[in-house]
Write a protein that binds this ligand. Structure first.
Ligand SMILES: Nc1ncnc2c1ncn2[C@@H]1O[C@H](COP(=O)(O)OP(=O)(O)OP(=O)(O)O)[C@@H](O)[C@H]1O
Ligand SMILES: [Mg+2]
Length: 269
C-alpha cells in the first residue's frame, strides 16, 4: 500500500526564544495509507489542528519528518509545496473560510481558478459537485444567505472539486446539528469510497469518528493508534514501555473507544 501521509518523530513548540514555550507535539507518529479515512481525536488543546496544519504544509516550523506521497515536505521549496497544496490537498477548516462577497459557485471555483483552470473547463465538475453536495438550488446564493450546514457543504465542495488525493478536515461538523453532521459524514464516506480520496479528519465526535476506517488519538503530544478490533497499540515507543500515566490513559481511552463502538453499533442496527 502506498503511504499518502507519513509523520515521523515530529516535535512542535510554540513560543519565541525567551518567552514561555508550549511543546504541543512530542514525537508524534502517523501513517495514513492511500484510500484510508482516518479520524484524529484528542482533548481540546492536544494539538490536532497543529498537526493538521503541519501535514498540510501551512506551518513549516517543526522538527522531525513529514512526507506527503513519499516526499519530505521539509525538503521542498515553497513553490513546490504550494503546488502540492493546490493540486493534491483539499482543506476543510472549522470555520468554513468562505469569501463573503462571492456566491456559492465562485467560492467553490476560486482555488481552481487561482491554480490556472478556466471556468469553462470546470463547468461539468461544478455541476456534479453541486449535485453531490446538494447545493444545486443554492448555486447563486451568497454565503450570508446560507445555513451553517450549507456553508460547510460549500467548503467541502471547494475542497473536492480539484479532485485532491487527500482531504484534511478540521472539525468539519463542529458547528452543525447532528442531522447535518451525519449528512456531511455520509458525504465524506462517499467521496472516500467512490472517488478513493484519502481523508484525515479531526473530530471531537465519536459518532463522526466511526464513519472513518480507523481512529488515532493525540495525547501528550503523541499519537495512539486505535485499530479496528479495539486494541490500543502504541504509536511510538513512549507508550509501549508504559509509564503508569500512559498505561492509565490508554486504559481510559480504550474504555471510551469501546463505548463509542457500542453506541455506533446500536445506531447502525
Ligand atoms: N500560534 C500559536 N501560538 C502559541 N500557542 C499556540 C498557537 N497555536 C496553538 N497553540 C497552542 O497549542 C496547543 C494545541 O493547539 P491546537 O489548536 O492544535 O489544539 P486542538 O487539539 O486543535 O484543540 P481544539 O480541539 O480545541 O481545536 C494549545 O495549547 C494552543 O494554545
Ligand atoms: Mg483545533
Amino acid at each position: 500500500m502506498e503511504n499518502m501521509i507519513e509523520v515521523r518523530s515530529v516535535n512542535k513548540t510554540f513560543g519565541k526564544k525567551g518567552s514561555v514555550k508550549t511543546q504541543v507535539l512530542n514525537g508524534a507518529e502517523l501513517t495514513v495509507q492511500k484510500g484510508e479515512f482516518v479520524s484524529l481525536m484528542g482533548a481540546s488543546g492536544s494539538g490536532k489542528s497543529t498537526l493538521l496544519y503541519l501535514i498540510g504544509g501551512l506551518d513549516r516550523d517543526f522538527t522531525g519528518d513529514i512526507r506527503l506521497c513519499g516526499k519530505s515536505i521539509s525538503k521542498m521549496k515553497e513553490k513546490e509545496l504550494s503546488k502540492i497544496r493546490l493540486g493534491k490537498i483539499g482543506f476543510i477548516f472549522q470555520f468554513y473560510n468562505l469569501v463573503q462577497n462571492l456566491n456559492v459557485e465562485d467560492n467553490i471555483l476560486l482555488p481552481s481558478l487561482v491554480a490556472g483552470r478556466s471556468r469553462a473547463s470546470l463547468k461539468k465538475e461544478l455541476d456534479e459537485i453541486l449535485e453531490i453536495t446538494g447545493l444545486t438550488e443554492k448555486r447563486k446564493f451568497m454565503p450570508s444567505k446560507l445555513s451553517g450546514g450549507q456553508q460547510q457543504r460549500v467548503a467541502i465542495a471547494r475542497a473536492i472539486i480539484s479532485n485532491p488525493e487527500i482531504i484534511l478536515a478540521d472539525e468539519a461538523t463542529g458547528n452543525l446539528d447532528s442531522k447535518s453532521g451525519a449528512e456531511i459524514m455520509e458525504l465524506f464516506r462517499r467521496i472516500n469510497q467512490e472517488k478513493g480520496i484519502t481523508i484525515l479528519q479531526v473530530t471531537h465526535s465519536q459518532k463522526c469518528a466511526m464513519y472513518g476506517t480507523r481512529t488515532v488519538v493525540l495525547e501528550n503530544g503523541r499519537t495512539v493508534n486505535v485499530d479496528a478490533d479495539m486494541h490500543v497499540s502504541g504509536g511510538n515507543s513512549g507508550y509501549g514501555s508504559g509509564s503508569g500515566d500512559a498505561a492509565a490513559s490508554i486504559k481510559s481511552m480504550r474504555e471510551k473507544i469501546m463505548n463509542m463502538n457500542l453506541a455506533s453499533a446500536g445506531a447502525r442496527s
